[in-house]
Design a protein around this ligand. Structure first.
Ligand SMILES: [Zn+2]
Length: 286
């Protein structure tokens, strides 16, 4: 038995170098074209939804094909099935400017949306993106008390993760960013073995419709898919993994590890990757 010399805790599962996560707002019928493409390519996304703006007919919303603005909100009955395998997150019930509202109204907007979405998808909803990207210190304080783990803004940052304030989380880029474009920027990350971190892209489904450019889904997103060095995750999976990683206990003598979380956490033991199962003491010696 040899005691390991160095144990590192890599940022992402499987020791992957890059995490790719996506975020889409508003939940209109255009998402019906995005989600199947992402499913085919193995991409994971978070969809931020305004539950009070859904149709409530019990039948799929009827799409409008007439040019810019020709999009309609989904029917509530479509949500669970369409977004299966991805994350559904809060975008406030009615898409208000949150920082202009009284505290009570902010509470109502967030809690109402959270509960309604949970009723639809059947799991605890903990993520969020700000309507219009705007917020205030008071809004942040309220979100924290309502169990929201992170909230995306429309600002960009590099690196974007882990954020200093998860309730004011910047992304890497908007999907139609230029100079460089999203696929160009991603390519430089992939090709540089020293580049690691979270690559986080956001947008709206209806942008493809407004620009009359549905080919952009494939042009922007397909090049991001299918890479060995990349962990494809939803927004909340990123935060959950980071929390589990932070809680991992490595014995001072480096012979054992204990993972008190509910998901496996990966360590690098003298250059060899090892998965530490949750809830048990795992020997690290060879
Ligand atoms: Zn929005």
């Amino acid at each position: 038995m040899t005691t390991p010399k160095r144990i590192e805790i890599p940022s992402f599962p499987g020791g992957k170098r890059i995490a790719l996560t996506l975020s889409f707002d508003d939940g209109d019928t255009c998402d019906r074209r995005i989600v199947p493409a992402f499913n085919e390519w193995g991409l994971k996304a978070t969809f931020n939804l305004n539950s009070a703006l859904f149709g409530r007919t019990g039948k799929p919303a009827v799409e409008k094909h007439s040019g810019p603005g020709g999009h309609v909100r989904l029917d509530a009955s479509e949500v669970a099935e369409l977004y299966k395998g991805h994350e559904v997150a809060v975008h406030a019930a009615t898409h208000p400017w949150l920082e202009r509202l009284s505290e009570c109204q902010v509470v109502e907007e967030i809690l109402r949306d959270r509960q309604a979405l949970e009723d639809l998808v059947g799991y605890p909803v903990r993520g969020m993106a700000y309507p219009f990207g705007t917020y205030s210190p008071k809004v942040i304080e309220i979100l924290r008390s309502l169990g929201i783990v992170y909230s995306r803004t429309v600002a960009n940052a590099d690196p974007c993760f882990p954020p200093q304030e998860p309730l004011a989380w910047s992304s890497t880029a908007h999907q139609f960013a230029e100079n460089p474009t999203v696929p160009e920027r991603f390519k430089t990350w992939l090709e540089n073995p020293h580049q690691s971190g979270v690559f986080f892209v956001w947008g709206h489904g209806f942008e493809f419709q407004n620009r009359q450019d549905w080919g952009a889904i494939e042009r922007i997103y397909k090049p991001l898919s299918g890479h060995e060095a990349v962990w494809y995750c939803t927004n909340i999976e990123l935060f959950d993994y980071e929390a589990a990683r932070e809680r991992l206990v490595i014995a001072a003598n480096r012979r054992t590890a204990y993972n008190p979380s509910a998901i496996p956490v990966w360590v690098n033991v003298d250059g060899k990757l090892k998965s530490i199962a949750p809830g048990v003491v795992v020997p690290l010696e060879d």
